[in-house]
Design a protein around this ligand. Structure first.
Ligand code: PSV
Ligand code: MN
Length: 390
């Protein structure tokens, strides 16, 4: 793709940030509280709007229920619109109540399964109220010991729960997509009910065309070729979206592109080759991160910039030369074409994109100069700071 075409695609890119990135977070050892943290969903959305203000490509924010529970969702959606953003994926939470000790939709107790499914359907309704197009499902279900429960029965229960939720969702809207996320382990350590893309895809295929797989980049065993998964799902029209983050060890939820920028590029290269970078490609690009040490808003700005850089490099691959090298069987030339794009410094090109969008060339510097970080520290006194799980 020529640089002017690349710039026009980059200006239209859409990267969603998660409301939970703006709250306090930590590990099971310690949460280091920061100052100026939002106290509720309204303030989280205001913070997310800052990321959009300086990058121009983060116009929506995902919510997690009940972390972002409010009395009036229409008011929350209006607040988002007033701040220049919208509400994106609605994420139900079926993993933080005592009832879910043995699982949610896969729990052996039908009462608890009913409670979990009712919550999923409640989130379909919330999505309708806030104008969201994505119901994003992740289940912490699994077992810790062989024999603890029947793996097969749990798959049946999962299938039934997804079916009921899918029917409620498709009845409510023909425009909504159910995103089915997988994760290979944690919190369950023996078996997980949705451990991989194959299991997610099987369930989606049983459900129908409005169910698609969500790839969280932190949810694979080390060494997994994620771009192969991405290419396969794109080929089937079943890649619903990403939860971007990066990891050194397990599900670290670090800033996307920090640990493995080349891996992120390889993923975006597959997306670019499939022509699925822009919103009309049907893939939702979302961040799923927690900033335990660093300031939240600049960390999200940096994350968006990292995705933009990987995308710019992926778009710069000379597709024609690559096709020729491939058909000639020229392994080294094909690899060099891809590496040339990866090794291009795209920061000046992105600075130009931002200037063409009427933004500052350096979003981090512009945010730092805005005084917003100081303002929220002074203004947000009293109340309790939002945290992962609140
Ligand atoms: C689970 O690890 C997960 O990736 C799911 O997407 C959850 O909704 C999110 O993290 C919570 O932080
Ligand atoms: Mn995730």
């Amino acid at each position: 793709m020529q640089p002017d075409e690349v710039r026009s695609v980059l200006a239209k890119q859409h990267i969603e940030t998660p409301s939970w990135a703006y709250g306090n977070s930590g590990t099971r050892f310690k949460v280091f509280a920061q100052q100026g943290i939002p106290r509720d969903a309204f303030e989280k959305i205001s913070d997310a709007a800052q990321v959009h203000r300086y990058t121009g490509v983060a116009p929506s924010v995902a919510i997690h229920i009940p972390w972002d529970q409010v009395d009036d969702f229409a008011k929350l959606a209006q607040h988002a619109a007033d701040e220049g953003v919208s509400i994106g994926a609605v994420n139900p939470n079926t993993f933080q109540e005592d009832d879910y000790r043995l699982g949610s939709v896969c729990n052996p107790d039908p009462r608890i399964r009913r409670k979990a499914i009712d919550h999923l359907i409640e989130c379909v309704q919330i999505a309708g109220e806030v104008g969201s197009k994505h119901l994003s499902l992740w289940f912490a279900d699994g077992t810790n010991y062989p024999g603890q429960d029947s793996i097969r029965d749990r798959q049946d229960r999962l299938g039934e729960a997804l079916k009921e939720t899918y029917e409620a969702m498709t009845a409510a809207s023909a425009e909504m997509t159910m995103l089915v996320e997988y994760k290979f382990f944690e919190p369950a350590f023996y078996h997980t009910d949705l451990p991989d893309w194959g299991t997610s895809l099987l369930h989606c295929l049983h459900l129908g065309p409005q169910a698609k797989v969500l790839v969280d980049t932190g949810h694979h065993a080390p060494g997994t070729n994620i771009e192969m998964i991405v290419a396969t799902l794109l080929r089937e029209g079943r890649l619903g979206g990403f939860h971007f983050n990066s990891r050194f060890y397990a599900d670290d939820d670090l800033i996307v592109g920090a640990a493995d920028p080349f891996g992120l590029f390889r993923i975006m290269f597959e997306v670019a080759q499939a022509g699925a970078v822009l919103p009309d490609g049907g893939v939702a690009f979302m961040l799923d991160q927690c900033h335990n040490l660093e300031a939240k808003i600049p960390a999200e700005i940096r994350s968006v910039m990292n995705v933009q850089e990987a995308t710019a490099k992926a778009l710069l691959v000379d597709a024609e030369a690559l096709a020729q090298a491939r058909s000639a069987g020229d392994v080294l030339a094909a690899n060099a074409i891809v590496m040339d794009a990866y090794n291009t410094d795209v920061r000046p090109l992105l600075a130009q994109v931002r200037e063409e969008m009427g933004l500052a060339a350096d979003p981090l510097a512009a945010y730092a100069a805005s005084g917003y970080a100081e303002k929220i520290v002074t203004e947000r006194v009293g109340g309790s700071a939002a945290g992962w799980g609140a």
